[in-house]
Design a protein around this ligand. Structure first.
Ligand code: ADP
Ligand code: MG
Length: 479
């Protein structure tokens, strides 16, 4: 039997507001447990929640960015359930009338294929607290700092057909929320969380199979692994004569497997009803227009512009528009050094490799756009060769100064004085009579390859500083 995978994602993006969604308590990460939850976050008797306007603005930003229908009237609802990290017994969320309605995003696969993924809705809600199992023996600690932190839950259509598509979609949403500045995207700290709904069906069948919802996925790599594991599990279940049950499963990254956590609740188990303490939200056109006017250039538009304006390959344009910071850095370097292709290569190869090696993020790079541009300018004006430039880059990375300072201090300036190069060439020819004879006796078709030996010797003798074009030229003449 040929099986087809069906995936829909529920993404929780923590909105980057300073205070909580219904109270003035701080949302800063990492505070001492239970120091940032106030009476409103805990739902103490008699408190009144007040909606944070920033959270609404951010949701509208997102809706505009995915070209969604915006709910002109949306309502907060209570989702009732019991859990130790939710002492008030209900979560304030949105149910029937979410703030963001149907929208869509485009994903690009490795082979260049473009696919549109539907977003069903995105709604505002508050986060719950956290159960802490480590550091407690036979007990669980409860930290309520996170209670009341604003979340935007982004629900996709079941449009993805492979783990790779699901990852591409999740990455796209991740990129988008960071571009528009509504979420810091930090997956380790839980500011961007992904639940994957996975089912399979016989290829060609229209009706969906029963889905399992996978939780506890905190990286894109694990998202892909968790889905692939789950698909294999479901195939085994069905081909073994069993049935997939609708349930929530936990992904265990250490064992690379999913295991059952609880059977899935139906919506009516939650007894949703409109929160009597909160007024419905009415969005007016003026607000929507103001927000859409404040959006930056979005990733798709930027990628297309980079490809056409700077003549970049699709892969280069993609990599250089990963984030607004990377894109701005690139444009600064191009402006200062004048060579778009060279700037793209240095960022995507040398700089990326150095960042990976040091295990640091782009925004921690010790080489600023200005420093990199200064280096590239010395390549384009032939002060140094591309090879020496790598050495200079390393010195700049280590804080030894600007390109000009490093070139000066280490005496790395390219030798372009033809008299000086000629002297080295003559010396190399004099020192290698046997190779010279071989070269001269060789077939013309073999000579270019043999020339490499002499070029290497000259470069070595000049400590890599001789201008390679001149060296080639002179050697050909003299040999
Ligand atoms: P719930 O609120 O119970 O989780 P939803 O209807 O909100 O249910 O759907 C949650 C997610 O599950 C959505 O992203 C949707 O696309 C996805 N989904 C629904 N049915 C399936 C299915 N059969 N296979 C895979 N994903 C599905
Ligand atoms: Mg849901």
């Amino acid at each position: 039997m040929q099986w087809e995978t069906v995936i829909g994602l529920e993404i929780h993006a923590q909105l980057a507001t300073k205070s909580k969604i219904f109270s003035g308590a701080s949302t800063a990460f990492g505070a001492e447990p239970n120091t940032q939850a106030c009476n409103i976050d805990l739902g103490m008797p008699g408190v009144l929640p007040v909606l944070n306007e920033q959270a609404v603005t951010m949701a509208v930003k997102f809706g505009t960015a995915i070209d969604a229908e915006l709910g002109h009237r949306s309502v907060f609802a209570r989702k009732n359930y019991f859990y130790p990290d939710l002492p008030k017994g209900y979560q304030i969320s949105q149910f029937e009338l979410p703030i963001v309605g149907k929208g869509h995003v485009e994903i690009v696969m490795d082979d260049g294929a473009v696919k549109t993924v539907g977003v069903t809705r995105a709604h505002l809600e508050e986060d719950a607290g956290k159960s802490l199992h480590e550091d407690f023996h036979g007990m669980t600690g409860i930290d309520l700092n996170r209670a009341g932190t604003p979340l935007l839950e982004i629900v996709s259509e079941p449009d993805m057909r492979s783990a790779k598509e699901a990852v591409a979609y999740a990455r796209k949403i991740h990129q988008l929320v960071r571009y528009i500045g509504i979420c810091d995207g930090n997956m380790q700290e839980g500011s961007f969380r992904c639940d994957a709904n996975v089912s399979i069906r016989p290829k060609g069948q229209e009706e969906f199979g029963t889905r399992a919802e996978l939780k506890n996925i905190n990286s894109f790599r694990f998202l892909e692994k968790a889905i692939n594991f789950e698909v294999e599990r479901q195939i085994d279940v069905i081909e073994g004569g069993g049935k997939v049950v609708q349930e929530t499963r936990l992904y265990d990254a250490n064992k690379d497997e999913t295991r059952s956590m609880r059977s899935k609740e139906e919506a009516n188990d939650y007894r949703y009803f409109p929160d009597p303490d909160l007024l419905p939200v009415e969005l007016n056109d003026e607000l929507i227009e103001r927000v859409s006017g404040s959006l930056p250039e979005l990733p798709d538009a930027k990628r297309a512009r980079f490809a056409s304006e700077y003549g970049l390959s699709a892969a280069d344009a993609d990599q250089l528009t990963t984030s607004i910071d990377v894109a701005d850095y690139y444009e600064q370097v191009v402006k200062a050094c004048g060579d778009a292709k060279l700037a793209a290569n240095w960022m995507n190869v040398e700089l990326t490799a150095a960042l990976n090696k040091a295990g640091i993020e782009f925004d921690q790079s010790p080489v600023t756009a200005e420093l990199l541009a200064g280096l590239l300018a010395r390549i384009t004006d032939n002060t140094i060769s591309g090879k020496i430039a790598k050495q200079v880059f390393e010195a700049i990375w280590n804080g030894e100064g600007t390109a000009d300072e490093v070139i000066e201090a280490k005496g790395l300036k390219q030798i372009t004085d033809s008299g000086a190069i000629e002297a080295i060439v003559d010396e190399v020819i004099a020192n290698n009579p046997q190779q010279v004879e071989n070269y001269r006796n060789a077939d013309e078709s073999k000579q270019p390859k043999m020339l490499g030996f002499f070029v290497g010797q000259v470069m070595k003798a000049s400590k890599g500083k001789a201008n390679p074009q001149q060296v080639n030229q002179l050697l050909k003449e003299k040999l």
